[in-house]
Write a protein that binds this ligand. Structure first.
Ligand SMILES: [Zn+2]
Ligand SMILES: [Zn+2]
Length: 341
């Protein structure tokens, strides 16, 4: 038997003892070290995720040590620390036939559509495993998956060194987009949010911050960029007010990239898009190449990633992790579950 964080229905999660999984042909049994909790897990918990069905072992952001391999090892050995690429594609739809497997029509994700890694053990195909760089701690390696989201986001937006960027939203994804941009040579990184404690974390990471509740974001960004506006605006909140605000600070022929998921239709100042010929793109998860780059990147930005982890909770006592995230008295950045405790 093993312990696992189980989604049992809307607003119902529990840590239960369930049978330890048995690796199938081509799979590795992984002893999980850490598992991150993210926005889509909050969606599952609240019962609004379109695909997740109870009962489900949660967790798609995990790192662990290979304990046993059955069949094709793909070069992996027991004892190696690994992170899995958690996306499963159908192989047949238009996206899959055209090298866009990560936006497969029937995309499935470990920990959302099938049992995940917020548990003591999990089984994964060996062909989706990536080795964690030696000097990177398990805790930091647990951020590889959301880091891959940030890497993909920069690629989608056509980021180039010396770009001046605005990031709306100082949550974990906004902060990670800023961290990758900093490492990739951004000339200026402005992060906006309404929450002063979140902005304080951003300042600690060296970003320029603006409280969008107190300042006019468009005016602030224009002042900061010689009147030009930002080369790229990354919308990482998914909030209605941010959708309305995202066009103003963007420069002529600049790029707006939707990162935070807008679950409802939003009013957008489309006239801004005409007059300055703005470009709009959106991102969803990451390709294998992005994931590979994120693994490599953990080696170089380990200290920054450490700053983004605000809470580590033991698996045995993590049933209230969503209360912690929703607690208005707590400022949570990245929350990690320690699956060894
Ligand atoms: Zn995630
Ligand atoms: Zn497909």
């Amino acid at each position: 038997m093993m312990k696992a964080l189980i989604y049992e229905g809307p607003k119902q999660v529990a840590v239960r003892d369930i049978p330890k999984p048995v690796p199938q042909e081509g799979q590795a049994l992984i002893r999980v070290d850490f598992c991150g909790i993210c926005g889509s897990d909050i969606g599952i918990f609240s019962g609004t995720h379109p695909r997740a069905k109870a009962p489900l072992v949660m967790g798609h952001e995990f790192v662990g040590v290979v304990e046993e391999i059955r069949g094709e090892a793909n070069g992996f050995r027991a004892g190696e620390k690994v992170v899995p690429y958690p996306l499963l594609s159908c192989g047949h739809c238009f996206a899959c036939r055209n090298g866009r497997e990560h936006v497969c029509d029937s995309l499935r994700i470990i920990g959302i559509d099938l049992d995940g890694g917020a548990a003591e053990y999990v089984c994964c195909q060996t062909d989706v495993l990536y080795r964690v760089p030696e000097q990177v701690s398990g805790k930091v390696a647990g951020i590889t998956e959301p880091l891959a989201v940030a890497v993909h986001t920069l690629h989608r937006a056509g980021f180039r060194p010396m770009d001046r960027i605005l990031i709306q939203g100082a949550g974990p994804i906004g902060t990670l987009v800023g961290t990758v941009a900093k490492h990739s040579g951004a000339a200026r990184i402005i992060i906006s949010d309404f929450d002063e404690t979140r902005l304080a974390v951003s300042r600690k990471l060296g970003f320029e911050t603006v409280n969008a509740g107190r300042e006019n974001l468009t005016e602030y960004v224009r002042r900061a960029t010689n009147g030009d506006g930002a080369d790229i605006v990354f919308e990482c909140t998914g909030a209605e007010s941010a959708a309305l605000e995202m066009t103003g600070p963007c420069r002529t022929d600049g790029m707006i990239c939707l990162v935070g998921v807008h679950k409802a239709p939003r009013p957008v100042a489309l006239a801004d898009m005409h007059f300055r010929e703005l470009n709009l793109t959106a991102t969803r998860v990451y390709t294998k190449r992005d994931f590979e780059q994120a693994v490599e990147l953990t080696r170089h930005i380990s200290d920054d990633l450490e700053e983004i982890i605000s809470h580590v909770v033991p698996l045995s006592d993590c049933a209230n992790v969503f209360d912690l995230i929703h607690d208005p008295k707590e400022t949570t950045a990245k929350v990690m579950v320690d699956c060894r405790r």
